[in-house]
Design a protein. Structure first.
Length: 160
């Protein structure tokens, strides 16, 4: 099973469209980590067969979406949030606490606009970077998480 996580589109509809064009044939589930939820409106209409999960970010003012959510995919528990409420600009200790409380195998977060993947005590902590406004000097990016019988494989990828 392939999960694509993306975050922080900030009204860059073009990049969100490009992401789906480039990954729709190989992706089972998309998870959007906030800050640009309006960018998904047209995507849902174009790809009605795709499962798209999401949370609200700090810039999604007035959103009705949750700030934290969980799902189980292929027997693995995935917890996802934008990250601002967990203090991710100052480190991932808040995410580690969240993983302990929920029994997560994977924790997805955004907010910093910088790619990151950590593996700590059997848990993956993945920030896909920003699909719209990267701050790490790299191209717009997303994360592909493959859940396989042999384990979990995490990869950062750039838009083509």
């Amino acid at each position: 099973m392939r999960v694509v996580a993306f975050s922080d589109s900030h009204r860059n509809h073009r990049n969100v469209s490009r992401l789906f064009e480039q990954t729709c044939l190989t992706t089972d589930v998309y998870i959007f980590l906030g800050d640009g939820e309006d960018d998904l409106d047209g995507i849902r209409a174009l790809y009605p067969e795709k499962t798209i999960l999401q949370v609200a970010g700090n810039c999604d003012i007035g959103s009705k979406e949750a700030r934290l959510s969980m799902t189980e995919l292929a027997g693995k528990k995935i917890v996802f949030c934008h990250g601002h409420m967990q203090g991710v600009r100052y480190g991932i200790s808040g995410l580690c606490d969240l993983a302990t409380q929920t029994g997560a195998d994977v924790v997805l977060y955004g907010h910093t606009h910088e790619r990151r993947c950590d593996y700590i005590d059997g848990v993956y902590y993945i920030n896909p970077g920003s699909i719209g406004l990267p701050r790490d000097g790299l191209a717009p990016s997303y994360a592909a998480i493959d859940i396989l019988p042999s384990g979990i494989l995490c990869t950062h990828a750039e838009l083509e």
